[in-house]
Design a protein around this ligand. Structure first.
Ligand SMILES: [Cu+2]
Length: 660
């Protein structure tokens, strides 16, 4: 199967043909489009995904994260959460366990799990977390990364020392992977965070290990700035190897998640495991208890408690036969380009970084292809696309191997997105989810016969997404592997369902943003090698606009996005690449305004029905202008970026500042 990038390389598609709207058709030459449902295996590690039995393990429902204490007269929930390395049985029994990283509570034993236990937060009640980097061994020496770190990107670069951290280092010869101590910093994705608590990409810190080389920077360029600010604001001390972030939770109830955000390493730090849900409840933006299916896991639940509200993180991974995670160790894996790389000859191509990565195995809440026993009643699922590069088109089908596109056996009733509830429930046959997007949905299994089985399948492509429909505009994911996600098996009803049917639901009142005072134009770009003919992409870039043309900007360039404090702005994102990019703006929740072709042919399209609420991540389709509107009501330094984390790590991220 030829990928779109390979087609591009072969010159089979002209640039003009690729400038298609999100809903349009990609003009693929005859014969090159895959009509064979079972495509070639997606390359990965030494474990053949088709040798992994599906649906032999149960879906793990992450329990609630234990608190350390309630502090300051019971006004703040306090957590001490570390990231550690451990073994977890991700593959089914009989396969080796997998070395992963994830978060857990230092207070509660046995809470380290990939994905992390869920933080349950209440609107307007602050949460304070001491985030500890404990990537050390039993002797207190640092653990190297379990995945190949490319030191030639503009990255955290601890070996550069305080003068060379957060830079793109110079190499006189092609370096190997970085094997030193691992920098980390947590971002609470979807949070209305103040700047010192946002997990700025240059606010990372190494573990407080015994053997950090003396010349190394132990913290990123902004760590001390934000440490001083945070300690002054709330008095919480940042010990070595940690940061203390306080979240006001002054925002709408919704589905947030936390993950690493270190400069130039996010793809690897997230792929290794650390991520978890952070659910915000209460206040006028939430529904009273009992209206929606529940409960979800709470602290102190007795064993065997039945849950009808379940967060579901869908991720693609590849494995080796020894159980280890596979992630490419060379650029060659991506497109066969074997050098010369940076440091050898006149090359600007990084030796290890891959422009995208697609795993060949589906992992849901930390297990491959699990099964969830469901009663014939309604469930609330909070889906997260936690993949690195893979868009998802999720559908419930009666047969996992059904010919694509499959008929939907049950609809999703989407009630919320990243920024909480939609104005009204939306009935959908499928969920299109870009990276980091969340879909809060109700699925009604009422009336299904005990013993019946349904499959959550994925019809998005096994390659970069460019818009369009499965099997019309792109081959759907391989039904034998990444085209299946999990199974639902119907078991007897344990108690009556008293939740409100989704079509009768009235969701909390929705207040849209006011008019914008400023319209800003930004661009999404991709660049090939400047020195090697026909080699690319070298990096993905954000930028600004000059007239009708993009101006490329890199992470290190001066800030160009500087909204006034409390300004409401429209951002017009011009996508000049051939792929869709999920763009995430920190700090704010925005509304999608519309999408229009860059060449202005045709009319602007309104947001999709599921995009009518508040969002923090939006898919910007190739050849289009995607408009969002946001109010920038917290001052300070933030970032906006593509959430294809391979892109984010290689220049598709920009700092921005609110206010002076
Ligand atoms: Cu991107």
């Amino acid at each position: 199967m030829l990928t779109r990038r390979q087609l591009l390389k072969a010159g089979a598609i002209t640039g003009a043909a690729l400038l298609v709207p999100g809903g349009g058709s990609l003009l693929l030459p005859n014969g090159l489009r895959s009509t064979n449902a079972l495509a070639d295996a997606i390359p990965g590690g030494t474990l053949d995904p088709t040798a992994v039995p599906k649906y032999v393990t149960s879906l793990v429902i992450p329990p609630a994260m234990p608190r350390q204490a309630a502090i300051q007269n019971d006004s703040i929930d306090y957590y001490v959460i570390a990231v550690r390395q451990f073994l977890q049985q991700i593959l089914p029994a009989g396969h080796p366990a997998t070395t992963v990283w994830s978060y857990g509570s230092v207070a509660g034993g046995g809470t380290f799990n990939y994905p992390a236990f869920t933080i349950e937060a209440t609107v307007d009640r602050p949460v304070r977390v001491k985030w500890m980097n404990e990537l050390v061994d039993g002797s207190g020496n640092y653990l190297p990364h379990i995945l190949p770190v490319d030191p030639t990107l503009h990255w955290a670069n601890p070996p550069g020392g305080t003068g060379g951290r957060d830079m793109r280092p110079y190499f006189g010869s092609t370096p190997g992977r970085y094997t030193g101590p691992v920098p980390m910093v947590v971002h609470l994705h979807g949070s209305h965070s103040t700047e010192e608590a946002d997990g700025f990409a240059e606010a990372w810190y190494l573990p407080d290990a015994n053997n950090i080389p003396a010349a190394y920077a132990v913290v990123g360029s902004y760590y001390d700035v934000f440490k001083a600010k945070a300690e002054g604001l709330n008095g919480a001390i940042w010990d070595p190897g940690s940061a203390v972030f306080q979240y006001a939770n002054d925002q709408r109830a919704g589905t947030n998640w936390f993950h690493d955000h270190t400069l130039g390493m996010t793809r690897l730090n997230v792929y290794a495991g650390p991520a978890g849900f952070y659910l915000m409840r209460g206040g006028p933006s939430d529904l009273p208890a009992g209206v929606l299916p529940g409960p979800s896991p709470k602290l102190g639940d007795p064993p065997g408690t039945k849950y009808y509200e379940i967060p579901i993180a869908v991720q693609d991974r590849s494995f080796n036969a020894d159980g280890s995670l596979f992630y490419p160790a060379s650029r060659e894996f991506f497109d066969g380009f074997a050098g010369p790389y940076i440091g050898a000859g006149n090359s600007d191509i990084s030796p290890i970084w891959n422009p995208e990565f697609f795993g060949n195995t589906m992992v849901v809440n930390g297990r491959t292809w699990p099964t969830l026993q469901v009663e014939p009643r309604r469930y609330r699922f909070r889906f997260l696309n936690g993949c690195n590069s893979r868009f998802l088109i999720l559908k419930i089908a009666s047969d996992g191997l059904a010919r694509r596109p499959a008929r939907a056996a049950l609809p999703f009733w989407q009630i919320g997105s990243e920024g909480g509830f939609l104005p009204a429930p939306v009935q959908l046959d499928y969920l299109l989810m870009g990276l980091a997007e969340r879909a809060d949905v109700i699925v009604d299994f009422t009336g299904l016969k005990v013993g019946s089985e349904l499959y959550l399948i994925n019809e998005a492509p096994d390659e970069p997404f460019g818009g369009g429909k499965p099997e019309r505009d792109f081959p759907a994911a391989d039904p034998g592997s990444t085209g299946q996600v999990m199974k639902f098996k119907v078991v007897p009803l344990a108690s009556n369902d008293t939740s409100v049917p989704p079509h009768q639901l009235t969701l909390p009142a929705f207040t849209p943003l006011g008019p914008a005072s400023y319209t800003r134009q930004v661009s999404l770009n991709e660049v090939d090698s400047a020195t090697l003919e026909g080699v690319g992409p070298r990096a993905a870039l954000l930028g600004t606009m000059a007239g009708a043309d993009p101006v490329h900007r890199e992470w290190a360039d001066a800030i160009t996005e500087n909204p006034d404090l409390n300004a409401t702005e429209i951002w017009e994102m011009f996508n000049f690449t051939e792929d869709a990019h999920p763009i995430h703006i920190h700090e704010v929740m925005f509304q999608v305004v519309d999408r229009e072709r860059i060449d202005r042919r045709g009319r602007a399209r309104p947001p999709e029905s599921w995009e009518t609420g508040y969002k923090d991540t939006v898919t910007a389709y190739p050849g289009e202008i995607t408009r969002v509107k946001a109010k920038f009501d917290l001052p300070g330094l933030y970032v906006w970026h593509c959430h294809i984390v391979e892109h984010e790590d290689n220049e598709m991220m920009r700092p921005y500042r609110v206010g002076p």
